[in-house]
Design a protein. Structure first.
Ligand SMILES: [Zn+2]
Ligand SMILES: [Zn+2]
Ligand SMILES: [Zn+2]
Length: 368
């Protein structure tokens, strides 16, 4: 399993102290402290307010400035959204017990936690511990989104931005929605009164801004409605932006998403594999391991390895409609070759055709 995200954002912090919930992660501010003797800690740098700060930045980058956001704004959207997610999940985890934010809780000591001097767990690990140990009812789909966010972040740091503005915007909106609900339901109840009030104060503005972003996404989808209506039978959910706007109609340039403009140029095979894995959660390896059919197979029409047998289209949903991402054919009479070779055939149930591929027929005839 190599799905852990390096917890630190090199641009933001070098040590674990800043992003790791510790009870007194407050830098010494000697002069101010002396003037204001309060039993209340200085709140500026608590993990929760640190996470909220990242969120403020995410909203700024998404909503202020050019539309859609430019490359720099998108970069900080991804980086800070990832950081916010990590910090806020861990803040909740530390409410459960501080040892749980250690990479290895067995090695946890109170001293190390106080100093912020330890290797902390990854974001996905924090998510899993919140589900498995704190028993929060978190949706596994959110885990997928957080994982993708982490992957985008890593890709961004190593190869620059690969996703386009619309995809990032709509995906960020989903993660923001998750975080806002998470903060409200799971984080605030465990905070001290003063901090809960502080966080609550930012929430209204967050909700309003999120609504603005969601409205933009909706408007964009509405503008595409007429165009999409004509291709409903070959339109599926886009693995990049998660909108129902990926059209696989056999067009020459390859499957394309009308919403985020992602194009799988001349690569219906990888579009099909991408879709099966990211949207349907099916991959070839585990399908075969579980004794099932591979999610993507050879198309009886065009021969390309781009037939997704369990695709769900705008028209067919919630039912499946086997769709070839290469030629755009929707199959109604798919059967497995009775020769047991694994080939998928398109044969009408008229009782006359032999339910076998030509190869298997040949072998059978050769025997007699
Ligand atoms: Zn898309
Ligand atoms: Zn085909
Ligand atoms: Zn066969």
């Amino acid at each position: 399993m190599n799905d852990q995200i390096e917890p630190q954002d090199p641009e933001e912090s070098k040590s674990g102290a800043e992003q790791t919930p510790t009870p007194t992660a407050v830098p010494p501010q000697g002069k101010k402290k002396a003037e204001r003797p309060s039993q209340r800690p200085d709140v500026s740098y608590t993990p929760v307010s640190n996470g909220m700060d990242y969120l403020v930045s995410v909203f700024q980058h998404l909503t202020e400035g050019e539309k859609p956001p430019g490359a720099r704004a998108l970069k900080y959207t991804v980086l800070h959204l990832q950081a916010a997610t990590e910090v806020l999940l861990k803040a909740r985890l530390s409410q459960e017990h501080f040892s749980l934010i250690f990479a290895d809780p067995a090695q946890a000591t109170y001293d190390a936690w106080q100093k912020g001097d330890f290797k902390s767990c990854g974001t996905l690990e924090a998510f899993d511990r919140l589900r498995g140990i704190a028993r929060l009812p978190l949706d596994v789909n959110e885990r997928k989104r957080i994982k993708e966010l982490g992957e985008s972040r890593n890709a961004l740091q190593h190869y620059g931005l690969t996703h386009n503005a619309y995809a990032i915007e709509s995906r960020a909106a989903r993660v923001l929605e998750f975080l806002i609900t998470f903060i409200h339901q799971h984080l605030i109840p465990g905070l001290d009164n003063w901090e809960a009030t502080r966080v609550e104060n930012s929430m209204d503005s967050f909700r309003l801004q999120l609504k603005g972003i969601e409205t933009l996404v909706k408007q964009r989808m509405n503008n595409l409605r007429t165009e999409l209506a004509t291709v409903a039978d070959v339109t599926v959910k886009c693995p990049d932006c998660e909108m129902w706007a990926m059209v696989a109609d056999g067009r020459e340039e390859g499957p394309a998403c009308l919403f985020c403009h992602q194009v799988w140029a001349d690569e219906p095979q990888s579009a099909a594999a991408n879709y099966a894995w990211i949207v349907l959660g099916l991959d070839r390896h585990s399908a075969i391991h579980d004794g099932g059919d591979p999610p993507v197979t050879a198309c009886p029409d065009c021969g390309r390895w781009a037939l997704v047998t369990e695709a769900v289209t705008v028209k067919s949903q919630p039912d499946i409609a086997p769709l070839c991402f290469g030629c755009g054919t929707v199959f109604e009479n798919l059967i497995d070759c009775e020769g047991g070779c694994g080939t998928v055939l398109d044969i009408a149930p008229d009782g006359e055709s032999i339910p076998m591929c030509s190869h298997c027929i040949e072998i059978r005839y050769a025997r007699f």
